[in-house]
Design a protein around this ligand. Structure first.
Ligand code: UT7
Length: 329
């Protein structure tokens, strides 16, 4: 969808990852895998994991503080907090409420948004709607996950993939540039390909659910791989067309960081050269909802996103969910 009326943009970004690094060599000691397999099949060299006791809101807090600082505003100026996450501190209350209190964002409303790895992109687009109608003036959007608590560390096909982290941004009206076009989609028919089956109302926690390991993430990697490439490429093309920005004018593509092979295949399919693609999956693995915002933060820090740059965020995740945001920085 091409956006019009008020221009809404990102005015500050932040990120936070835990200090503890878990390398492929560390994983070799935990499951039957090799650094060589992980690097060639996924592009991942290492990921970050929290120490026991650290929760999603802790990472979200540090990322949010940095985004606020860079946006030059205070928590009290924020009137909306959205946290994209699938690993909230608790089932309820929302992580957004915990964060709102800790930040001292006294005038803000807040809620969590569940779109798995598409959490940042869904949250940015949701915030944009509130800002565009004028209902709120300044939104704090966060994608944050501590998936290390939900990964089965005995399952080599999934435990090598994920990492913990948080990315954040402040959004408000801008006088130039901003969000030019967005795309969102979902398809629940493929829900079973990537899920945590236990812990919800269908299969509440019980001794049996723990014995059956239902509280851990399960994935059909091959199916997810194919769908991720197709949906992300289509979504990227949808926003490029809607914004009427020629593909060669995209300065930086920031895809969800799940697997370097998915990123390469989707970029090829969307006809976007790899030189313009930001990649940090090698250092953080798949941080799910945090991934796009962490990558945006680093792309800005490294000068790959500059004033006037056309930036394309593309996400894909469990649900299935997918979405894109094309914006001018
Ligand atoms: O954000 C969305 C969330 N998830 C994703 O985006 C992940 C999407 N999927 C993927 O990234 C890839 O499918 C994987 C990285 C998970 C797997 O790569 P693949 O090329 O699709 O490999 P595969 O599943 O076809 O497995 C090939 C082999 C299997 O052995 P056999 O059956 O051929 O003997 C697996 O058992 O690799 C084996 N394998 C491993 N070997 C060493 C699976 N995991 C590992 C491992 N180390 N960690």
């Amino acid at each position: 969808m091409k956006t019009s009326a008020r221009r809404i943009g990102v005015v500050g970004v932040g990120m936070c990852v835990p200090k503890k690094v878990l390398t492929n060599a560390d994983l070799e000691k935990m499951v039957d895998t090799t650094d060589e397999w992980i690097q060639t099949r996924t592009g991942i060299r290492e990921r970050r994991v929290v120490e026991p006791g650290m929760a999603t809101s802790d990472l979200a807090y540090d990322a949010a503080k940095e985004a606020l600082k860079r946006a030059g505003c205070h928590a009290k100026d924020i009137d909306l907090v959205i946290v994209g996450t699938t690993s909230p501190d608790m089932l309820f209350p929302s992580t957004a409420c915990l964060l709102q209190h800790r930040l001292g964002a006294k005038s803000a409303a807040g809620f969590d948004l569940s779109a798995a790895c598409s959490g940042s992109v869904f949250s940015i687009i949701t915030a944009q709607q509130y800002l565009q109608t004028g209902r709120f003036k300044r939104a704090l959007v966060i994608g944050a996950e501590v998936l290390s608590g939900f990964v089965d560390w005995t399952d080599r096909s999934t435990c090598v993939l994920f990492g913990d982290g948080a990315g954040a941004c402040v959004m408000s009206r801008v006088s130039r540039g901003g969000i030019l076009a967005t795309d969102l989609g979902c398809d629940g028919s493929a829900a079973e390909f990537l899920c945590i089956p236990g812990g919800g109302s269908r299969q509440p926690p019980s001794h049996a659910s723990i014995d059956q390991r239902l509280h851990y993430l399960r994935m059909d990697g091959t199916e997810i791989f194919k769908l991720a490439v197709r949906r992300m490429a289509e979504s990227a093309q949808t926003v490029i067309k809607a914004a009427r920005v020629p593909a060669d004018k995209i300065d930086c593509l920031i895809p969800h960081q799940a697997n370097i092979r998915i990123i390469q295949a989707m970029a090829k399919r969307a006809r976007l050269p790899m030189e313009k693609v930001y990649v940090n999956v090698d250092r953080y693995g798949n941080t799910s909802a945090a991934s796009n915002l962490i990558a945006l933060y680093e792309a800005v820090q490294e000068g790959k996103v500059k004033r006037g740059s056309h930036v394309l965020l593309v996400a894909f995740g469990a649900g299935l969910t997918w979405g894109s945001v094309l914006l001018q920085w």
